[in-house]
Design a protein around this ligand. Sequence first.
Ligand code: FMN
Length: 173
Amino acid sequence: MNTLDAIKARHSTRGFSDRQISDADLDAILFAGGQAAVGGGAFKSLKLIAVQDAELLKAIDEASAKNRPGSHPLYGAPTLVVLASTKGFLENIEWTNAGCVIQNMMVAAADLGIDSIYLWMAMYGINGEPELVKRLGIPEGMTCVGTAAFGYAAQEFKKPGADDQRIEVSYIK
Ligand SMILES: Cc1cc2nc3c(=O)[nH]c(=O)nc-3n(C[C@H](O)[C@H](O)[C@H](O)COP(=O)(O)O)c2cc1C
């Protein structure tokens, strides 16, 4: 797949099957995360944690659903990648780093035929529960700054706006 096709193939999946992604694909996705642009090249300010343990995923799902009981903010995904970061050396730069790392992973996943979704809600779930932070091995001084779920969609779904320019553009030539 060429890069533009992978970018178009990436759209949010909100219902995953139980089928797990292969270890080789997981490593390729994590590698893509590590190739992201990161402000000041501060790669040591970040940590990627790949979670495939069903019990831990359930605990994160439950913690993330606190404000919407009965919901499943992880959408049944069999893999969750948690991105942790220290506070950025420039104000808020960790949030931009997170976007770059997570987008790289999702586009790489799309290239491999793997579905994904960026999950902000899971970040709240994790940071709100010190026990989860501990179980995830998030180092002292770091917090979760984003997560993304990976797997295979339970059903075919229409990818919204895959052929549209969704952001207003102006040209100044
Ligand atoms: C920073 C960020 C956080 C997001 N958090 C969530 C989330 O917690 N739950 C969810 O269902 N979708 C979440 N999304 C997915 C967006 O809703 C989705 O990307 C957007 O509607 C565009 O659709 P598409 O990804 O299918 O192109 C998030 C996306 C981004 C970029």
